[in-house]
Design a protein around this ligand. Structure first.
Ligand SMILES: NC(=O)c1ccc[n+]([C@@H]2O[C@H](COP(=O)([O-])OP(=O)(O)OC[C@H]3O[C@@H](n4cnc5c(N)ncnc54)[C@H](O)[C@@H]3O)[C@@H](O)[C@H]2O)c1
Length: 347
């Protein structure tokens, strides 16, 4: 690209806000347009932006705007792919929030279209791009842990079913695609993106359909939780081509203390994400090592910076939609395994 600034549109005024602020604050990024079904949410967000913006309530119309180079998609899961397809069809670069899609087939269609269009395509992944997670990933790539042969990763909430839009609790939403995706994507990246082979999973809804576990200080009426069609917990075990085993869990509500955790087991050292620690045991000597991330930058700023560097400088994307697709396959495989009560194998 010969320009030295990327003109960006942001779709979805929830998670679009932190992503949009970071893109607008980047010295080579400019947010020029917002798109949402709710005009008042756009007007409210526009107050946080340095430049004036155009408003769209129709994403198809927005995609025709020749002044827009790139689009961030931050709508409910079910809209990621329809909007993303329109973006790339119009030759614009695309960044999509997690999860890539609401199904494996939609994720596949999105990756194929983005690759065919030849545009920069990236997942916005706030956990993978966090200082602590990146530090673990860099240590792993430098051989600090030796061979990583086992890992556990989980997102556990005590009382946190999000239902402010029905997308979260309808088909294609659910705890695993909402928070499990962070736990899974982050650990999978730290482990070096190994190829998944088999998965066995269990999933269900023990709180949501019964009107329990809806946190965030909001009241919900029966007509909301009667529409619950998703999982409010899911867990399972994934094996990889290199022999590695991963235990993965996600709970929107549970009778357990809340936590987000990743644990790595390597032949030379192990680690935890929270707090960021490494552990070793040599000649019966136990060593607990506090790790200090070498890079410090907020994850939204890092994501925005990387997306813009990929577009303007041709830097290779560290989180292409293809990664979102592999994570989607693992998630859908686990949920399918839970449904049929049998392990599932990946091609
Ligand atoms: N850490 C993270 O990366 C993170 C955190 C929260 C949410 N998310 C993801 O962001 C997505 C949205 O979640 P949220 O919490 O921001 O939801 P939200 O309900 O707060 O915001 C979604 C917005 O999208 C708008 N919208 C819906 N359909 C649209 C359409 N067809 N065209 C234009 N606008 C449309 C809605 O009006 C709403 O304002 C989800 O996929 C979720 O997984 C990611």
């Amino acid at each position: 690209m010969s320009k030295n600034c990327v003109n960006i549109a942001v779709v979805g005024m929830g998670i679009g806000r932190p992503n949009g602020v970071a893109l607008a604050n980047n010295e080579r990024g400019k947010v020029v347009a917002l798109c949402d079904l709710d005009q008042s949410r756009m007007e409210d967000f526009a107050k946080d932006l340095p430049d004036s913006v155009r408003y769209y309530t129709d994403y198809k119309e927005m995609c025709q705007d020749p002044d827009i180079d790139a689009v961030f998609v931050g709508t409910p899961n079910q809209w990621h792919v329809p909007i993303g397809l329109e973006v790339v069809k119009n030759g614009k670069h695309v960044m999509i929030t997690k999860p890539l899609a609401d199904s494996e087939s939609a994720a596949e269609e999105m990756v194929a279209a983005a690759n065919e269009a030849g545009v920069v395509n990236m997942m916005s992944l706030s956990t993978r791009f966090d200082d602590g997670c990146r530090h673990l990933g860099h240590l792993a790539r430098d051989g600090y842990f030796g061979e990583l042969y086992y890992a556990r990763s989980r997102s556990v909430r005590r009382n946190g079913i999000p239902a402010w839009n029905l997308g979260f609790i309808k088909k294609g939403g659910g705890a695993f695609r909402d928070m499990g995706v962070h736990a899974l994507d982050a650990v999978w990246w730290v482990l070096g993106t190994p190829k998944p082979v088999h998965v066995i999973g269990t999933a269900g809804a023990k709180f949501g359909p019964h009107g329990r576990g809806y946190g965030f200080g909001r009241e919900y009426t029966e007509d909301v939780f009667q529409q619950f069609e998703a999982d409010d917990y899911a867990g399972g075990f994934i094996t990889f081509e290199n022999g590695l085993g991963l235990q993965i869990e996600s709970f929107w509500a549970s009778h357990q203390p809340g936590e987000f955790q990743m644990e790595l087991f390597g032949t030379e050292a192990g680690a935890k994400l929270h707090p960021l620690m490494a552990y070793r045991c040599d000649d019966n000597q136990e060593e607990d090592i506090q790790l200090q991330p070498t890079e410090q930058m907020g994850s939204w700023d890092r994501i925005a910076d990387h997306f813009i560097n990929c577009i303007l400088d041709g830097v290779a994307c560290e989180a292409p939609l293809q990664h979102g697709l592999v994570v989607q396959k693992m998630m859908e495989g686990l949920l399918h395994s839970a449904e049929i009560g049998k392990p599932v194998s990946f091609e």
